[in-house]
Write a protein that binds this ligand. Structure first.
Ligand SMILES: Cc1cc2nc3c(=O)[nH]c(=O)nc-3n(C[C@H](O)[C@H](O)[C@H](O)COP(=O)(O)OP(=O)(O)OC[C@H]3O[C@@H](n4cnc5c(N)ncnc54)[C@H](O)[C@@H]3O)c2cc1C
Length: 408
C-alpha cells in the first residue's frame, strides 16, 4: 500500500492558474506538509460533477464497496442528464428485440466511426458500441426504467425510421445514415419524462430541452443514489487536484464552497465528470483562434452554455494529461468550429484512467463524460450517443476506481 510520509509534500495543480496559461498547461504548486492538511471531508472516491457520467460512476463505485462523495457546483443536481432529451443510443438491446428490430453492435461501431469521419479512438468506441446494450439493461433492470415490453416506436412512427423526441425507439439521426450510406436502424431509446420534476416548471432557469425525457433518466439515477445514501455536496465548485509530492498521484481536491476553500481527501481516486470547455470563451479562443457564442440550444447540442468551463480538463492537464483534440485537425467548412472544439477532452484508457502526454496513466485520476475525449469527435452522429457513452464509461470508471487500494 502506498503511504505518504511527513516529508512528503502536497501540490495543488490549479485549474485557475492553468487557465491563465493554457497553451502551456502549467503546474501550480503550493507545497506544504501532508500532515498539515486540514481535510474538510474524506471519502474513497470523489466524483466531480453530479451529472450523467458522474452519477453513473458514483453508483458503480458505491456498489463495488467504496465510500463515495460527489461535488456539484450548482444548488441542484442532475447536470445535462436531467435536461437532455432522454435519448440513449445502444445496439442489440432488449427493447429492440421486444420490438422486432434487428441490430448488431458491429453496425453501431461502424456507424459511429464513419459518422465521426474516423477521428475517434477506435478502441474506446469499439468497447462502448460492442457493450452499449448494457447501458439499457442497467437503466431498465437495475434502476427500474420502462420495461422492454412496454416500449413502442416514438410517436407511432412506422418502424421507428423517422426522427422524433417522443418517448419510444427511433432512428435518432436519419441524416447520418444517409450521409455514410448505411441502412437506418432505430437504436435511440427515448426514455419517458418525469412530469413531476420541478425543473419543468422553470425552463429558463434550468435550460431544459423541449423534449424533457432526461428528467425521467435523472429520476432513475437519483432514486438509486438516494437508496444508497450517496451524498452530494451542492454549491461546491471543484478548483484543483491535490497530489502527493514527487509524483502526479492524486490524493484529493480543492473546492470552493460558500466563499471558502475546502479540501477533500480521496483515498482511492478522483473521477472528473464535469464536462468539457465548450462554454469557456477564453479557452475556446486559445485553442481555435476564433470567438464562439453558444447558441440558444447550448454550446453545440451536447453541452450547455454555463456549465462547461473546462475546470476538469484544465486540472488534469496541469498534471500532464493529454488533451485529445483531433476534431480541428480535419476541420472543414461543414463543421462549425464550436461544434467540434467542444468535443475536446482528456485522453483516457478503457477504464477511464487519465493518460498523460507520455502515454502513462496519472495515478488515481479518472475522467468520464465530456471531460474524456476521443469518443465522439468531429461530428455528433447520433442522438443518444452522448448520454450512452457517458453512462457507459462513467460506470466503468466508478467500478475501476473502487478496486484501487487506499493510499491512507
Ligand atoms: C438540450 C440538450 C439536450 C440533449 N439531449 C440529449 C439526448 O437526448 N441524448 C444524448 O445522448 N445526449 C443529449 N445531449 C447531450 C448529453 O446530454 C450530454 O453530452 C451529456 O449528458 C454530458 O454528460 P456529462 O456527464 O459529461 O456532463 P453533465 O451531465 O453536464 O454533468 C456535468 C456536471 O458537472 C457539474 N460541474 C461542472 N463544473 C463543475 C465544477 N467545477 N465543480 C463541480 N461541478 C461542476 C455541472 O454542473 C454538471 O452537473 C443533450 C444536450 C443538451 C444541451
Amino acid at each position: 500500500m502506498h503511504t505518504i510520509s511527513r516529508r512528503d509534500f502536497v501540490r495543488t495543480a490549479g485549474a485557475l492558474t492553468a487557465a491563465a496559461t493554457i497553451a502551456g498547461a502549467s503546474q501550480a504548486v503550493a507545497a506544504e506538509g501532508t500532515d498539515g492538511i486540514a481535510w474538510d471531508h474524506e471519502t474513497d472516491v470523489l466524483v466531480v460533477g453530479c451529472g450523467t457520467a458522474g452519477c453513473a460512476a458514483a453508483l458503480e463505485a458505491y456498489d463495488a464497496g467504496a465510500d463515495v462523495l460527489i461535488v456539484e457546483k450548482y444548488d441542484w443536481m442532475g447536470g445535462t442528464l436531467r435536461r437532455c432529451g432522454g435519448g440513449v443510443a445502444a445496439a442489440d438491446t432488449q427493447v429492440q428485440r421486444a420490438l422486432g428490430v434487428k441490430d448488431n453492435p458491429e453496425d453501431f461501431f461502424q456507424f459511429i466511426m464513419k459518422g465521426c469521419e474516423g477521428y475517434p479512438n477506435e478502441e474506446l468506441v469499439r468497447d462502448w458500441t460492442m457493450n452499449s446494450a448494457s447501458v439499457i439493461d442497467w437503466l431498465i433492470d437495475d434502476l427500474g426504467g420502462l420495461p422492454a415490453d412496454q416500449w413502442g416506436f416514438s410517436d407511432d412512427i412506422e418502424g421507428g425510421l423517422e426522427y422524433s423526441h417522443d418517448t419510444g425507439l427511433n432512428v435518432g439521426t436519419p441524416t447520418t445514415f444517409d450521409e455514410i450510406g448505411m441502412s437506418p436502424v432505430p437504436r435511440t431509446h427515448w426514455f419517458p419524462a418525469n412530469e413531476d420534476d420541478p425543473i419543468l416548471a422553470e425552463p429558463e432557469k434550468y435550460f431544459y430541452y423541449p423534449s424533457p425525457g432526461g428528467t425521467g433518466l435523472w429520476q432513475l439515477v437519483n432514486t438509486a443514489m438516494d437508496k444508497r445514501g450517496i451524498q452530494t455536496l451542492t454549491e461546491t465548485t471543484f478548483a484543483s487536484l491535490i497530489t502527493a509530492d514527487g509524483s502526479n498521484e492524486v490524493i484529493g481536491a480543492v473546492c470552493e464552497s460558500g466563499g471558502s476553500e475546502i479540501r477533500i481527501k480521496a483515498r482511492k481516486a478522483v473521477i472528473l465528470a464535469c464536462g468539457n470547455f465548450a462554454s469557456n470563451k477564453e479557452l475556446f479562443r486559445n485553442y481555435t483562434g476564433e470567438d464562439y457564442e453558444p447558441n440558444a440550444m447550448g454550446g453545440m447540442g451536447i453541452d450547455l452554455p454555463t456549465d462547461n468551463d473546462g475546470s476538469g480538463i484544465l486540472a488534469a492537464q496541469a498534471l500532464g494529461a493529454e488533451l485529445v483534440f483531433p476534431s480541428l485537425v480535419g476541420k472543414n467548412h461543414d463543421t462549425p468550429t464550436g461544434f467540434s472544439a467542444g468535443m475536446a477532452g482528456v485522453k483516457v484508457d478503457l477504464n477511464g484512467r487519465v493518460i498523460d502526454v507520455f502515454g502513462k496513466e496519472i495515478p488515481r485520476l479518472y475522467a468520464a463524460g465530456l471531460t474524456a475525449g476521443g469518443i465522439i469527435v468531429k461530428n455528433y452522429p447520433c442522438c443518444g450517443s452522448s448520454v450512452s457513452r457517458s453512462l457507459y464509461f462513467g460506470r466503468k470508471s466508478g467500478t475501476d476506481a473502487a478496486k484501487l487500494e487506499s493510499w491512507s
